[in-house]
Design a protein around this ligand. Structure first.
Ligand code: S3P
Length: 440
């Protein structure tokens, strides 16, 4: 079991004042994980600025330190990674603990399958319940040998010293984590690995491989790499995480009198599906100062309160907002009319079953939710106070903190400690712009 198991914490959340001010949310989680991984395997030293000081990404950095990579932290949100080259990792003395992070574990599974040593990946209670066959299945096709616990769950025991063969693989589910695991195994394989997706997913692994000098051929829905190259150290500038900004976009939309500016948010189109959904619901969100930061589009987002109405969320948008459904459910609960979510069965295997946990909590707060196997139908209404359980899921916890800002009474949100996995300092930032939120 993981040594990074969070102790339980709860919140009491209640309406505060209208949300006002300017803020910058922490660095992107997906990019921070990948920056550590590729910098560790590169030749030379890379500087990462804007690194997310979350438990998930710090766990990934610790894993590489256990394999002999020197990583300095000259300042918070900055890392200097002294890369060891593609074949320079050392066999770790003990198990490698990914904490709560599915991204960490799945990407590492691909990367470690190509090493000359054995390794074991473990995670916390939530990660230990998450499905791993989606990565171990395709990796086996490449010649990797990865054993799982019963039910294809972690720990993952990865046998090293296997000669990997390139594959042409068509994914059954749209998953950037699985795609990335195959690409990272692919850089150690003989020949060209091609990954095709049923719907395009975030392309940070592809972009970052290219930034570290590895030829990669990619377009939405397909990516190709050929084994046998080298990664060259580079500096990475991590933009603010759209998924963290999402809670404030919804909060300012639903709390009357609110007006917020979110600075320099990552605007990769594979991440910003929520923006389209919220605008279709009537949200007032304006972008300006569009620019590029470390090869990623960024913009300032200005959001003002606006009355929302329910929509049918287009299924094509689902991968582009896969982490934003807890926040979207809250927007739907505050909207007039009905919101329909379909084609999102993946939500059931995230840090919690996000359809079930959101449906249960919203019902407690007086909202009608009809749970479906692959989504939900949510009838907007008035939220009342009550006690809800985040089930240790960071995004559920923050979503209920947002919901509480328009509730008729106090909302007790249980089991919120894992907010630190992706959004350290959420409470302080939320408090600074007018949230009613305290430890419970
Ligand atoms: C991630 C991909 C997504 C997302 C997760 C981060 C990534 O998972 O939910 O939070 O960094 O690649 P899937 O690719 O499994 O959908």
């Amino acid at each position: 079991m993981s040594s990074t198991q969070a102790s339980r914490e709860d919140w009491i959340a209640a309406p505060g004042s209208p949300l006002r001010g300017e803020l910058q949310v922490p660095g992107d989680k997906s990019i921070s994980h990948r920056a550590i991984m590729l910098a560790a395997l590169a030749e030379g030293s890379s500087r990462i600025d804007g690194f997310l000081e979350g438990e998930d990404t710090r766990a990934t950095a610790r894993v590489f330190a256990q394999m002999g990579v020197r990583i300095e932290t000259p300042d918070p949100q900055r890392r200097i990674v002294h890369g060891v080259g593609l074949h320079g990792l050392q066999a770790p003395a003990g198990v490698l603990d990914c904490g709560n992070s599915g991204t960490g574990m799945r990407l590492l599974a691909g990367l470690l399958a190509g090493q000359r040593f054995d390794s074991v990946l473990v995670g916390d209670a939530s990660l230990s319940q998450r499905p791993m066959r989606r990565v171990t299945g395709p990796l086996a096709r490449m010649g990797a040998v990865v054993e799982t616990a019963a039910g294809d769950r972690p720990p993952l025991r990865i046998n090293g010293n296997k000669k990997l063969q390139a594959v042409d693989y068509e994914l059954e589910i749209a998953s950037a984590q699985v795609k990335s695991a195959l690409l990272l195994a692919g850089i150690y394989a003989d020949g060209e690995t091609c990954v095709r997706e049923p719907r395009p997913t975030r392309d940070y692994t592809e972009r970052m491989l290219a930034a570290f000098g590895w030829p990669v051929d990619f377009a939405p829905g397909v990516a190709r790499v050929t084994g046998g190259g080298r990664l060259v150290a580079t500096d990475v500038q991590v933009p603010a995480d759209f998924s963290s900004a999402a809670f404030f976009l919804v909060a300012a939309s639903v709390v009357p009198g609110s007006e917020l500016c979110l600075r320099r948010v990552g605007m990769n189109p594979r991440r910003t599906g929520l923006l389209q959904a919220l605008r279709a619901m009537g949200a007032d969100i304006r972008e300006d100062n569009r620019s590029e930061q470390g090869g990623e589009p960024v913009a300032d987002l200005h959001v003002r309160h606006a009355p929302l109405h329910g929509i049918e969320v287009p299924e094509a948008l689902v991968p582009d907002m896969i982490d934003e459904f807890p926040a979207l459910f809250v927007a739907a609960a505050c909207a007039s009319g009905r919101t329909v979510v379909r084609g999102a069965a993946e939500l059931r295997v995230k840090e919690s079953d996000r359809i079930a946990t959101m449906a249960a909590g919203l019902r407690t707060l007086g909202i009608r939710v009809d749970e479906q196997p692959d989504g939900a139908v949510i009838e907007g209404g008035r939220l009342r106070g009550g006690e809800v359980d985040a089930h240790g899921d960071h995004r559920i916890a923050m979503s209920f903190a947002v919901a509480a800002q328009v509730a008729d009474g106090d909302v007790r949100v249980n089991d919120v400690a894992n907010v630190a996995t992706s959004f350290p300092g959420f409470e302080t930032l939320a408090d600074s712009i007018g949230f009613g939120l305290r430890a419970g």
